[in-house]
Design a protein around this ligand. Structure first.
Ligand SMILES: [Zn+2]
Length: 274
C-alpha cells in the first residue's frame, strides 16, 4: 500500500499540470533570437499580451489553452524577461545560445562601406522595412509549422556574427537556402503581401504578413511576382531566387519576425539545432 502511494506521488510529480501541445513542443526555444511559448490558461476569451510594449501572438492550442508565442530579440541577454498579460507581469527565462562567426569577402567595397548617398538610401529603406515588421493584423496564422519556402540545403544559419572584408556588421537575421537562381519561392503559410522593394542590401524583397505580428521577409530575389495587397494562399509562388543586393551568389534569404523581433526561421520548419 505504502509503495503504491509512493509510486502515485512520484507520478503526480512527473506529470505536468497539463500536457504540452504540439505547438509548444515545436516552438518553445527560449534563447536570444528564439521563441518563448507561455501558457496563459483556459479563460473564455484570449488574454491581451505585450512584450517590450509590442502586441504578441496569442492562440488557442489544441482548442483548449491559450498560449503566447513570443519572439525574443537576438540582443536580449539570457535571464529573466517580463511579459505583460492583461496588465499583470509574467516572468519567463531566456537561456543562453552561442552563435558562430562568419567571414565574408565582398568584391564591392561599397557594400561594406557605403558612400554618404548610399547611407541616405539605406536609412530610408530601413525605416520602410522596420515599419513593415511592426504591423500587427488580427488574422490567425494559417499554420505555425511552416512549409519550407524552397527545397534545398540550408547554408548560413540564423544569428551568425558576420564580418564583411574584416569588418563586423549586423548578425545574420535570417536563414539561407543554397538554391539556384530562378527557383520559385513559395509562401510557407497564407498571408498578405505588405511590402515589396529593391533595396541596397536586400535587393528585390517581399514581405508577407501571416497574421498577429508573424511576418516573413524573402530577399535577394531575381524576380518579384506579387504586389502589395495580394492575398497569398499557403504555397503560392511569390518570386524567384536570385542574388540582388549584397549577396555573394544566388541563394534565398528568409527572415521570420514575431512581435518585431527577428527570430530563427529554423524553429518554424522543425530544423532548430541548439
Ligand atoms: Zn542570408
Amino acid at each position: 500500500m505504502l509503495r503504491a502511494l509512493v509510486l502515485l506521488f512520484a507520478l503526480t510529480l512527473a506529470v505536468p499540470a497539463h500536457a504540452e501541445g504540439f505547438l509548444t513542443r515545436l516552438l518553445n526555444k527560449p534563447v536570444p533570437g528564439g521563441v518563448a511559448v507561455i501558457d496563459l490558461g483556459s479563460a473564455a476569451s484570449a488574454p491581451s499580451v505585450r512584450y517590450e510594449g509590442k502586441p504578441v501572438l496569442v492562440l488557442r492550442e489544441d482548442g483548449k489553452r491559450w498560449i503566447a508565442v513570443v519572439g525574443i530579440p537576438l540582443s536580449v541577454k539570457p535571464g529573466e524577461q517580463t511579459l505583460d498579460v492583461g496588465g499583470q507581469a509574467t516572468v519567463f527565462r531566456v537561456s543562453p545560445r552561442t552563435y558562430r562567426e562568419q567571414r565574408i569577402t565582398l568584391k564591392n567595397q561599397r557594400q561594406v562601406d557605403p558612400n554618404p548617398e548610399d547611407l541616405k538610401r539605406i536609412e530610408r529603406e530601413l525605416a520602410e522595412q522596420n515599419q513593415a515588421y511592426r504591423q500587427f493584423s488580427p488574422r490567425q496564422p494559417s499554420n505555425l509549422l511552416f512549409d519550407k519556402p524552397v527545397e534545398g540545403p540550408l547554408s548560413s544559419p540564423f544569428g551568425l556574427r558576420r564580418f564583411f572584408n574584416g569588418q563586423e556588421r549586423n548578425p545574420h537575421s535570417g536563414l539561407d537556402f543554397a538554391v539556384p537562381a530562378g527557383t520559385p519561392i513559395k509562401t510557407p503559410a497564407a498571408g498578405k503581401v505588405i511590402l515589396t522593394g529593391d533595396y541596397f542590401f536586400n535587393g528585390r524583397t517581399v514581405f508577407v504578413d501571416h497574421g498577429q505580428g508573424l511576418i516573413s521577409m524573402f530577399c535577394h530575389l531575381s524576380k518579384v511576382e506579387v504586389q502589395v495587397g495580394d492575398e497569398l494562399e499557403r504555397g503560392a509562388v511569390l518570386g524567384q531566387v536570385g542574388s540582388t543586393g549584397r549577396a555573394t551568389g544566388p541563394h534565398l534569404h528568409w527572415n521570420v519576425s514575431l512581435n518585431d523581433s527577428r527570430v530563427d526561421p529554423a524553429i518554424f520548419i522543425g530544423a532548430y539545432k541548439p
